[in-house]
Write a protein that binds this ligand. Structure first.
Ligand SMILES: Cc1cc2nc3c(=O)[nH]c(=O)nc-3n(C[C@H](O)[C@H](O)[C@H](O)COP(=O)(O)OP(=O)(O)OC[C@H]3O[C@@H](n4cnc5c(N)ncnc54)[C@H](O)[C@@H]3O)c2cc1C
Length: 445
């Protein structure tokens, strides 16, 4: 009997695990289960809509999901449609690849005021994630601050700063594109607790800020050190040096007359968000650096902003039945092992770091381990797998979106964009299901 394997989560880590397992265990039956009717996790719902080439990896993922023996079971949520115990009973191996979709809170007074958003919610809103489609962020002020010094923070300010023409070839959702076009923002801030060397920007993304049509970039040259410093690990020196060069070039630019200004502020830690009904002011404390660590100085200053987006990292949502590592915000695991036969991969295993490709290397290592442990425990190899799961899902009236049904959604999204952009995403599960199961003549299942 072939091995029965379930992978929960169809983001990069889950699909790289599926790819590697498919190669090592060609006879295995692999079910990739996702709570959304659409696959690809953050490649669809996180990666910036104007970075279409980064999303090309989905072609490789399509091949993985089309492999004989591999099935996609979309619109199936563990915890809602199936339990963890049912998964363990049905499959020889279960791999949890559920990502880290919960924003780390700012944890300062006022962080729950209307006008403060986590980047998972904000990015999910402009990228059409059904959970965040109704966010309707307040964008009616003149100033917006993004807290965080990683690429997600750069994505957020860049997408906001771009004109509709600059976003024309993106797949930003129409509701978000319109809301941004209607906004009257003149000042954007990107704020880091530490300095330019400690920021985890990649140079390409940082450099893109210099090409924005309607936005000048403002950097205080006094915040830029002469060199990267001795605390920077050797393998990071080059990128840090390049980032400093880019920032110096920004700092040397004469202030232009563009409609927007993007202020890049370093060594400023958020202390409080003030406002009665909504955000009015962001209070910050200047920090100084000691070997790359931010030390508070006690000197405070205020920025009048009406919207705050925090991009300071993510946590995994606890998964019913699986021990949780509260401190790290991940599923408790030992090098990927949760319990015999159950593993974690990707962001829910090690936290939110690395790019899409990092998950591939990681998945290959994990799959070696899974296969060797499967060999040692032959008694695990006698389960009913997908057949039992299909029966349970049928009994419960679940509407399962398989790979062909996802292709229908995909085709409908591309078609309704009418060539004007790569796709116009459906942002509600119901719309997705209607597209998935549409019949000729617009009859519905
Ligand atoms: C805003 C943002 C922008 C990024 N931009 C880039 C970029 O430009 N380039 C780059 O290389 N990397 C980028 N990354 C990083 C990249 O997206 C991650 O490395 C990668 O997505 C992590 O993969 P994952 O599979 O662990 O998680 P995810 O991609 O989050 O996938 C998790 C999947 O699990 C599903 N799931 C969750 N809970 C359940 C459940 N209970 N039942 C069933 N299914 C469930 C989710 O629906 C989702 O499909 C970005 C990340 C973010 C947040």
């Amino acid at each position: 009997m072939s091995q029965q394997i379930a992978i929960v989560g169809s983001g990069p880590s889950g699909l790289y695990v599926a790819e590697a397992l498919g190669k090592l265990l060609p006879d295995a039956a692999i079910d990739v289960i996702d709570r959304l009717p659409t696959p690809y996790g953050l490649v669809r719902g996180g990666i910036a809509p104007d970075h279409q080439s980064t999303k090309n990896v989905t072609r490789q993922f399509e091949r993985t999901l089309s492999r004989p023996g591999t099935r996609f079971l979309g619109n199936v949520e563990i915890g809602r449609d199936l339990t963890y115990d049912e998964l363990k009973a049905a499959y020889d191996v279960v791999v949890l690849s559920i990502g880290a979709a919960v924003d780390r809170p700012l944890g300062i007074p006022g962080d729950a005021l209307p006008g403060v958003y986590g980047s998972a919610a904000f990015v999910g809103w402009y990228n059409g994630h059904p959970t965040h489609a109704d966010l309707a962020p307040l964008l009616d002020g003149t100033a917006l601050a993004v807290i965080g010094n990683g690429n997600v923070a750069l994505d957020v300010v860049r997408v906001i700063a771009k004109t509709q023409a600059e976003l024309a070839a993106s797949d930003i959702c129409v509701h978000a594109g319109e809301a941004m076009a209607a906004a009257n923002l003149t000042d954007l801030y990107i704020i880091g607790r530490r300095g330019p060397v400690e920021a985890s920007f990649t140079s390409k993304e940082l450099g893109e800020l210099g090409d924005l049509e309607r936005c000048d970039v403002i950097v205080d040259p006094q915040q830029l050190p002469a060199d990267v410093g001795s605390h920077v690990p050797e393998k990071e020196v080059k990128v840090k040096q390049r980032n400093l060069e880019i920032l110096r070039e920004f700092a040397s630019r004469p202030l232009g007359e563009r409609a927007m200004r993007l202020h890049i502020l370093f060594c400023a830690a958020p202390v409080a968000v003030l406002g009665e009904e909504r955000v009015r002011t962001l209070v910050l404390e200047r920090t100084r650096l000691e070997q790359g660590r931010a030390v508070a100085t006690g000197e405070r200053f205020e920025l009048p902003v009406q919207t705050v987006v925090s991009a300071i990292g993510y946590r995994t949502a606890p998964f019913p039945g699986v021990p949780f590592d509260e401190a790290r915000g991940i599923l408790a695991n030992d090098e990927g092992l949760i319990e015999p036969g159950v593993y974690a991969s990707g962001w829910c295993k090690h936290g939110p770091r690395g790019v899409v490709g990092t998950n591939r290397t990681d998945a290959q290592g994990l799959v070696q381990r899974i296969v060797s442990e499967l060999d040692q425990t032959p008694e695990h190899a006698h389960k009913f797998g997908g057949a039992e799961i299909d029966r349970l899902l049928r009994e419960r009236g679940a509407v399962v979106v398989d790979f062909e049904a996802w292709r229908e959604i995909d085709r409908a999204e591309v078609s309704r964009a009418q060539g004007a952009k790569p796709r116009e995403k459906f942002v509600r599960v119901q719309e997705m299901l209607e597209a998935a199961f549409a019949l000729p003549g617009d009859e519905r299942h």
